[in-house]
Design a protein around this ligand. Structure first.
Ligand code: NAP
Length: 280
C-alpha cells in the first residue's frame, strides 16, 4: 500500500515509519509540508500521491498546556482530524487514527474496553474525543487506536524524565494512585502495522501488556531497576503534585479485542522497556 503518515517528526511516527516501510511505500511529510488543519493542503497531498491509506500521528499532545490552549488543541485534534476524515472518505480510503486513554474519566474499577462510554476530564481528552467523533460521523472505513503512557526514542516521556531525575537525585517520589499501561512506540508501531493489514475497521485499544495495569510508581521502579540506577523511589499521591489538567485515576485499557482481531498479542511491558533501554 502507499501510506501517508502525518506528524512525521513526532515520537510515534519516528518508530512507525521504518516499521511500515518494511512492507509499504511511505510518504511522511513534516508539519511544515502537511498541516492537517489546512484541508486544501491535505487534499493536495492525497491527490498528488495517490494514497491508499492514511495513518494520523499528528496531534496536539501537551496535556497540561491544553487547559489554557483549548482552541489550539481542538483545532489540531478536532478540526484537523475532521479534515483528514473528509478527504479520506471523499477518496474512499481508510484512515488509521491514534487516540488516547484520556477519553475516559478513570472512575471504572476494571480496564476500559472499546465499548465503554467515554467521558474525558481534561481539555486534551475532550479534543481527542472530538477527533474520534468526527471520524465516526464522517467515515465508514477507519481504525481508531487508543493507546496510553507512550514512550519512545524521539521525544520526551515519563521514561526519559525518570532516567534524567535518576542521574540528578538520590530519591524520587512518584504517584501510586494512578493506574495505566505503558506502551513503547515500537510496540505500538508493530501493532498498527498488523491492524492496517486486517481490514477489520473499528475502535481498538493497544498498550503493552501489564496484565491489568500498573501505577506510575511501579513503572518508575522498573525503569530505575533496569537502568541499574541506585536512586530510591518512594510512593506518593496525586493530591501532593497538583497539575493544571486532571488525570484519570484508572486509565488501564483492555487490549483483548485487538489481539483477537489481529492475532497479534502485545508484549509484556517489562520486555518492551528492556528493548527500549537496549536501544542505547
Ligand atoms: N505521548 C503519549 O503519552 C500518548 C498517550 C496516548 C495517546 N497518544 C497519542 O498518540 C499519538 C502520537 O503521539 P506522540 O507522542 O507521537 O506525539 P508528538 O510527539 O507530540 O507528535 C505529534 C506530532 O504532530 C505534529 N503536529 C502538531 N500539529 C500538527 C498539524 N497541525 N499538522 C501536522 N502535524 C502536526 C507535532 O509537531 P510539533 O511538535 O511541531 O507541534 C508532532 O511532530 C497522538 O495522537 C497522541 O494523542 C500519545
Amino acid at each position: 500500500m502507499k501510506i501517508l503518515v502525518t506528524g512525521a517528526k513526532g515520537m510515534l511516527a519516528h518508530d512507525l515509519i521504518p516499521v511500515l516501510r518494511e512492507g509499504h511505500d511511505i510518504i511522511a511529510p513534516a508539519e511544515e509540508d502537511l498541516d492537517i488543519t489546512r484541508r486544501d493542503v491535505v487534499h493536495q497531498a492525497m491527490r498528488e500521491n495517490s494514497i491508499d491509506l492514511v495513518v494520523n500521528c499528528a496531534a496536539y499532545t501537551q496535556v497540561d498546556k491544553a487547559e489554557e490552549e483549548r482552541g489550539k488543541a481542538f483545532l489540531v485534534n478536532g478540526l484537523g482530524v475532521q479534515n483528514l476524515a473528509l478527504v479520506c472518505q471523499d477518496r474512499g480510503i481508510p484512515l488509521c487514527h491514534i487516540s488516547t486513554d484520556y477519553v475516559f474519566d478513570g472512575t471504572k474499577a476494571t480496564p476500559y474496553t472499546p465499548f465503554d462510554n467515554t467521558n474525558p476530564i481534561n481539555a486534551y481528552g475532550e479534543s481527542k474525543l472530538a477527533g474520534e467523533k468526527y471520524i465516526q460521523w464522517i467515515m465508514n472505513k477507519f481504525y481508531i487506536v487508543r493507546t496510553s503512557w507512550l514512550y519512545g526514542k524521539n521525544g520526551s516521556s515519563f521514561v526519559s524524565t525518570i532516567l534524567r531525575l535518576a542521574r540528578e537525585k538520590q530519591k524520587l517520589e512518584v504517584v501510586n494512585d494512578q493506574r495505566g499501561s505503558p506502551t513503547s512506540t515500537l510496540s505500538l508501531s508493530r501493532g498498527i502495522n498488523k491492524l492496517i493489514e486486517s481490514g477489520a475497521y473499528g475502535i481498538y485499544h493497544f498498550t503493552d501488556d501489564t496484565g491489568g495495569g500498573i501505577s506510575w510508581y511501579d513503572f518508575a521502579g522498573e525503569i530505575i531497576r533496569q537502568s541499574g540506577s541506585r536512586t530510591g523511589v518512594l510512593p506518593t499521591t496525586t493530591d501532593r503534585f497538583p497539575r493544571p489538567a486532571k488525570r484519570p485515576s484508572n486509565s488501564v485499557l483492555d487490549i483483548s479485542l485487538f489481539a483477537a482481531v489481529t492475532g497479534y498479542h502485545p508484549v509484556p511491558w517489562k520486555g518492551a522497556l528492556e528493548e527500549y533501554l537496549g536501544q542505547g
